[in-house]
Design a protein around this ligand. Structure first.
Ligand code: SF4
Length: 414
């Protein structure tokens, strides 16, 4: 089975035996956790498909006979049968095959192995006109077979996940109390750097206050939080989900409860009285900071929780992830309105979104707005695209590094 290829040698080539085992185990654990809904399955297939392609391209990158042998070995081991084109047929098609963009040069042609696959299995190459098609078959040089193998991997994984979903209920039912909650909550768990970082300014004071939020939103917040911020400024209120997503984000970034209350009260009282605000909304803000109710510590939402959470239902709801929840047209208009990058850069962001790589689209947005961030001192990029607070911290550190201000980030008190 091709979808067990991770087990059969497509882990990272530099992995130790131990890390290969962990890699394989984590794949199958995630498979169990992400089989349960159509949306989770789609997300998992997109991520695993991308990782699979990255590793497979790693094998074929050098296009040498050694790398072609490795690829062939991998295909044989995974029972991926390819119809090899005979020398006679290759000669017959020589002119057509050589006319395809990216085909081997005439010197290499004889030594290049060609495969013949039904054209529906090579749609990516057909779309880019990177293979010759005749009588329903695509003729593909072996080193270019990656996209066909990836397509098959995705189809195979999709089938396995659909089968797994049928028995998910039995595995995760109430009797299996240890594994059930673990599997059902895995997509909302955050495994990043731990507690989000509260950011302080050069004087050691919290950077995020009622006075600074507006400027920080425009310059340093990821798209989801920018949208919540502009929704709040426009409507002078936020619906429940939006108050939670934005409020916990601000808390995680170090905004104190008093500043939080002050900021929200200032906006809300543009359309209601101070008494109404106190009665209806201040309790939930104090609750978020652990000062009411069961005094629990609430942490900010990570990207997967936002992406898989409820989608905004109406124009007055601003929560969610724009990369996931906006349609292509709306997102494109928003990126243009916010002046994010050049047209090709916006196209690159949009094409990641269209392929379902929402978090990569968000990372690309960060890259575009923070050129050369990886060379800037003190900027941690690891969780950009995984957690809005990490996007924010990285952006603040980046601008501090550019202006020579020493970033001051500390663990937030829970
Ligand atoms: Fe926000 Fe995460 Fe979506 Fe980026 S990927 S917009 S940080 S939820």
């Amino acid at each position: 089975m091709l979808d067990s290829s991770i087990k059969n040698g497509l882990t990272s080539p530099n992995s130790t035996e131990e890390s290969k085992k962990i890699d394989v185990a984590s794949h199958f654990i995630l498979r169990a956790a992400y089989c349960r809904t159509e949306e989770l399955r789609r997300w998992f297939i997109a991520q695993e498909g991308r990782l699979f392609r990255h590793r497979l391209e790693g094998i074929t990158r050098f296009n040498s006979s050694g790398s072609v042998n490795l690829l062939r070995e991998f295909l044989v081991r995974n029972e991926f049968s390819l119809d090899t084109v005979t020398m006679k047929e290759k000669e017959r098609l020589r002119r057509n095959l050589l006319s395809v963009p990216g085909s081997p040069n005439p010197m290499e042609f004889n030594a290049t192995e060609y495969c013949k696959v039904p054209f529906v299995q090579a749609l990516e190459l057909v779309k880019k006109r990177e293979c010759y098609v005749e009588k329903g078959f695509a003729y593909v040089p072996l080193p270019n077979i990656v996209s066909t193998v990836c397509e098959k991997f995705r189809a195979s994984l999709s089938k396995s996940l659909a089968l797994a979903s049928q028995i998910f209920g039995q595995v995760a039912d109430e009797e299996h109390t240890r594994i059930g909650p673990l599997l059902t909550s895995m997509n909302t768990q955050y495994t990043g750097s731990g507690a989000p970082s509260a950011i302080t300014d050069a004087n050691g004071e919290n950077l995020v206050t009622a006075a600074t939020v507006d400027a920080l939103a425009a310059r340093n917040m990821p798209l989801c939080m920018q949208q919540l911020h502009s929704g709040l400024k426009r409507d002078h209120k936020l619906k429940h989900q939006g108050r939670l997503q934005f409020g916990l984000f601000l808390k995680g970034a170090g905004m104190s409860m008093d500043e939080h209350l002050l900021y929200f009260q200032r906006e809300f009282t543009k359309i209601m009285t101070a008494e109404q605000f106190t009665k209806q909304y201040s309790y939930s803000i104090r609750h978020m900071h652990g000062k009411e109710g069961k005094r629990a510590s609430y942490t900010p939402y990570n990207c997967t929780k936002i992406i898989f959470g409820n989608a905004p239902q109406a124009a007055v709801e601003h929560h969610g992830c724009p990369y996931k929840h906006y349609d292509d047209q709306n997102l494109s208009a928003l990126l243009t309105k916010l002046n994010i990058g050049t047209v090709p850069e916006r196209d690159a962001i949009l094409s990641l979104k269209k392929e379902g790589h929402y978090q990569l689209a968000c990372q690309k947005h960060f890259e575009v707005m923070h050129p050369d961030a990886k060379y800037a001192e003190g900027v941690k990029l690891d969780n950009v695209g995984n957690h809005p607070n990490d996007w924010f911290s990285a952006s603040v550190s980046y601008h501090n590094a550019k202006t020579g201000v020493k970033p001051a980030i500390e663990e937030v008190e829970e």
